[in-house]
Design a binder for this molecule. Structure first.
Ligand code: NAI
Length: 415
């Protein structure tokens, strides 16, 4: 990627360069893809959070020869300076602006679909749905890489209904994605978003996490690290037991809510903080969501119960409820780490987006053999990204000896 030499670099370009210089895995992956020529000349349509790390992925794909069209996958997560730099300084076809309404949001996604991508990179499943609504947009599409849990859930539902017409790779299922991105990425960046939104102390507070999946585990772990007492609400009994043995207080959300200073949802589900949970909220509670869509905290239920709604700080809306209790909603219930923060840390996205880039190249080569359906990330991709991640962190590991390899493959006894 050409380095801009001008002293007059824009804010967006500086942000992109900061990230790019720290994304060594993606740099290597880009070199490998370029050498193979897999994406050369292909139209790649992307719907991702348009910020600096995404820009590095988009520029990497552009540099290996793809023609990229990019839109945002959330109305509040676009970094306008980055979008502008991609458009003006790197000549990319970008359709994203922070704070778009629903109409503009979908119009932007339609621009991606209408560019008739041969490979789509989606986050949340909106582009996948749009291209399936018009057969002409599907004609050239060889496959889709889906970034997040919610998008994969939607793709599986489409496939079960017989509606998925192309291969879709479950990027989220890669170990080098969900183990680190969902857990440590969301863990750190959700806390960052909360701090920026509130400027309050976390230590000593009762912090409740709804959903103890990959994201929830990370948020609970990092909240504890900040000195919070942490409670967990789950509906899956095994994950509830896991949270218990991890040392957290586990209970129904309605009960935990009566004492919570912070509640963060990370379930991928709808109406989690809703109805009678809202009736039991403690005065002053901060409500935030880390799940993909802004349906986890019911805004209609908050509004129905509110005597007054007013903006309180940047990123914070105050709802005055029955009896004068106040609840503060962060960033309209949209992904707290992206809407109030800058998203996942760079090194985490380096791994996730390397999986994306290598899988896009894999789709371009193997689309026919894969066929319509949801496919796992090939294990060599996971291993390659892990090895590059170790190399980037200057960490060496041992290798099996031939004797050990043979032992593990045999019925040999231990005595
Ligand atoms: P996951 O499937 O590992 O975990 C979700 C957990 O929520 C499960 O354990 C499930 O049993 C639980 N759950 C479902 N309904 C519930 C309810 N009503 N009450 C309590 N618990 C409930 O999913 P993962 O990977 O943790 O993702 C969660 C959401 O976060 C998804 O929407 C995903 O797309 C999104 N995500 C957001 C990121 C971000 O940057 N903020 C990054 C990665 C994923």
């Amino acid at each position: 990627m050409a380095r801009l030499t001008s002293r007059e670099q824009s804010d967006g370009t500086r942000k992109i360069e900061w990230a790019r210089d720290r994304m060594a895995i993606l740099r290597e992956a880009g070199k490998e893809i370029k050498k193979s020529g897999a994406l050369s000349g292909l139209r790649v349509g992307m719907a991702l959070h348009v910020e600096a790390k995404t820009a590095v992925l988009a520029l990497t794909l552009q540099e290996v020869g793809a023609k990229v069209t990019l839109a945002g996958c959330n109305p509040l997560s676009t970094d306008d300076a980055v979008a502008e730099a991609l458009r003006d300084e790197f000549g990319m076809d970008v359709h994203a602006r922070r704070g778009v309404d629903t109409e503009e949001y979908y119009a932007n996604l339609r621009r991606v679909a209408q560019a008739r991508p041969q490979i789509a990179i989606d986050d949340g499943g909106d582009v996948t749905k749009l291209v399936h609504e018009d057969a002409s947009l599907l004609k050239d599409l060889q496959g889709i890489c889906e970034e997040t849990t919610t998008g994969v859930v939607r793709a599986r539902a489409m496939h079960a209904a017989g509606k998925l017409r192309v291969p879709l790779i479950d990027i989220n299922g890669a170990q080098m994605k969900h183990l680190f991105d969902n857990r440590y990425g969301t863990g750190q960046s959700a806390i960052d978003g909360l701090l920026r939104a509130t400027n309050l102390t976390l230590a000593g507070k009762f912090f409740v996490v709804a959903g103890y999946g990959w994201c929830g585990r990370g948020i609970a772990m990092r909240a504890r690290g900040m000195g919070c007492r942490v409670g967990v609400a789950e509906i899956d009994p095994v994950r509830a037991v896991e949270a218990h043995f991890d040392g957290f207080e586990v209970g129904p959300l309605g009960e935990l809510a009566t004492r919570a200073d912070f509640i963060v949802t990370a379930t991928g589900n709808t109406d989690v903080v809703a109805g009678d949970v809202i009736d039991r909220l403690k005065d002053g509670v901060i409500l935030a969501n880390a799940g993909h869509f802004n349906v986890e905290i019911s805004i209609p239920d908050l509004e129905r119960r509110a005597k007054e709604v007013k903006p309180k700080r940047l990123h914070l809306t105050e709802y005055t409820l029955k009896g004068g209790r106040r609840a503060y909603l962060v960033s309209e219930g949209r992904l707290v780490n992206l809407a109030a923060g800058e998203g996942h840390p760079v090194e985490v996205m380096d791994a996730s987006f390397s999986v994306q880039a290598l899988c896009a190249a894999h789709l371009a080569r193997h689309s026919r053999d894969l066929g319509p359906g949801v496919h796992a990330v090939p294990s060599p991709v996971d291993e390659r990204v892990a090895r590059l991640a170790l190399q980037a962190a200057a960490i060496d590991i041992d290798a099996l000896t031939p004797r050990q390899r043979a032992y593990l493959a045999s019925f040999e006894e231990g005595t």
